[in-house]
Design a binder for this molecule. Structure first.
Ligand code: NDP
Length: 231
């Protein structure tokens, strides 16, 4: 039986590159996208790859998360990859933070990964070595924050890191590993054209990190090259 992975935000950027990585590794890949109009490449890939199944999911829709979990309740889930993310408005520095946008970013970057973990807990528990890998960001690290600003995105990823740590404490006794991953500064819509690495390099690194996880790694924060990122 092929190992099973579920990836959110899989229609473009790092998520799409991760889908390709796991297809090459013969996983049964469940890839989530929000909007068909933004998912042409993923839909074309699914037409050519029988082990790729697509699901429409806005990660802020908790009923839809529950419904997807029900749809996928037949088999164990080896990896839940919380990849979907949103930066929010750029250029908002101290003094003019948009609280409404802040709530939206938190819904996607912080609350959704926990809701996904809660919904897919039964399937993760059934796997030999269930993994919850949540794509965070180095800018969510307190230690790395030497330049200030970025209140919305930074705080959403710092809070995600806290969620990852609690998941690790709660679920490791049941054999489920939870980690936060930094994908590098990646050339995507979010990372922009000046970013340092392409999506393939990031996804190859992230998959290698996930492949080599042991229970001792749970509750940690890792770069795509495997190095540890301070909290
Ligand atoms: P992109 O902006 O290229 O892609 C973001 C993905 O998230 C898209 O698939 C998007 O779907 C999806 N998404 C956004 N909101 C929702 C939602 N409400 N429900 C479901 N899906 C949603 O970003 P990246 O590929 O660069 O980022 C992937 C992850 O990596 C994110 O968590 C990001 O924070 C993180 N990251 C990225 C870095 C970089 O340099 N690129 C650096 C550090 C971290 P849609 O197409 O429908 O909008």
């Amino acid at each position: 039986m092929s190992a099973r992975i579920l990836i959110t935000g899989a229609n473009r950027g790092i998520g799409l590159a991760l889908v390709e990585q796991y297809l090459d590794a013969n996983f049964e890949v469940h890839a989530c996208f929000r909007n068909e109009k933004q998912a042409a490449e993923l839909i074309a890939l699914a037409a050519a790859k029988p082990n790729l199944q697509l699901h429409q999911l806005d990660v802020t829709d908790h009923d839809a998360i529950e419904a997807l979990s029900e749809t996928l309740s037949d088999k164990p889930l080896d990896i839940l990859l919380n990849n979907a993310g949103y930066y929010g408005p750029k250029g908002y520095g101290f003094g003019n933070t948009d609280a409404q946008e802040w709530r939206k970013v938190f819904e996607i970057n912080t609350i959704a990964p926990l809701k996904m973990a809660e919904a897919f807990y039964p399937q993760l528990k059934q796997a030999q070595r269930g993994i919850i890998a949540s794509v965070s960001s180095k800018v969510g690290s307190m230690t790395e924050n030497t330049s200030g600003g970025g209140y919305i995105y930074r705080s959403s990823k710092a809070a995600l890191n806290s969620v990852v740590k609690s998941l690790s404490n709660d679920l490791l006794p049941e054999g489920i590993i939870s980690v936060a991953l930094h994908p590098g500064w990646v050339q995507t819509e979010m990372g922009g054209p000046n970013a340092l690495i392409d999506t393939q390099t990031s996804a190859t690194g992230l998959k290698h990190v996930i492949d080599t996880l042991t229970p001792e790694h749970s509750g940690g924060f890792y770069n795509y090259d495997g190095s540890v990122i301070p909290w």
